[in-house]
Design a protein around this ligand. Sequence first.
Ligand code: C5P
Length: 285
Amino acid sequence: MTRVPLGCDKNRRLRRQDSSQYRNEVWRRHPSSHTSDFCHNAAHAAFCQGLLLPTSHLFRYTSGMIVTIDGPAGSGKSTIARELAAALGIAWLDTGATYRAMTFKALRDGVDMNNHLALTKMAREVDIRLVTDDAGRLSVMLDGEDVTREIRTKEVTDNAHFIARAQGVRDVLVDLQRRIGAEMGDFVTEGRDQGSVVFPDADVKFFLDARPSIRARRRYEQMTAAGETVDYESILSDVLKRDHLDRNRPNAPLVKPAGAVVIDTSDKTIAQVTSELLEYVEDRR
Ligand code: C5P
């Protein structure tokens, strides 16, 4: 893994993008700011665990390459982001997992999904950590509890849009994602707003898309492979509904970020898309 040592002055993007206003925001919302475990391998974990610095420090000193991948459900962005990060030997950030963890928490605690104040209060109090093991497997910790499996249920998927449209929750999660990114240094991040809102100055931005029928087919195959009994037509209608909600919400809707390379993954294998992205990244390194 390429790592620029602490103190190196390469973090132009984050400083330019956020300035002191953002750092103050982080401290206001997270006065007891912690360092999460989201490290790509043991060496990186050791590095990050040594990074128990104030967030302002992280923003001043963390450096690295940021690659964003945005796109609709089923476009392949999670798998591709993971593969690309592995090929580059850098970390990977699944921002959907943070929205899912919040959704799970709200459902379990019975928080009214239409009450943005209550959702924001919950978001400010909860502790979400993303932990990646040596094999690249992601665990999602919610207030110390492993909820990796629970956040992937249909109920969570169907309710994530309530969380995604609550601006106060988004603010908390955007802070969290930026802090995680700042600690990671070099990373590939995927979601709906990574190139447009969270890391607008990323080095390389991608927007992955695919025909809805293909995206639904992928999801169907994933779910049947996991032993679930599912119906293709209802998955297709869920995919279309999520597209509509993600693209039309007022806050940080799913858009092609300015300057993003658009790739249609419909008729390509994971390996083909990964090597295509890798070429773009290597060109700009
Ligand atoms: O990517 P994933 O399917 O896990 O995301 C779950 C939901 O979280 C999405 O449908 C979307 O509503 C929301 N999300 C978001 N912004 C992100 C990532 C996910 O609004 N960056």
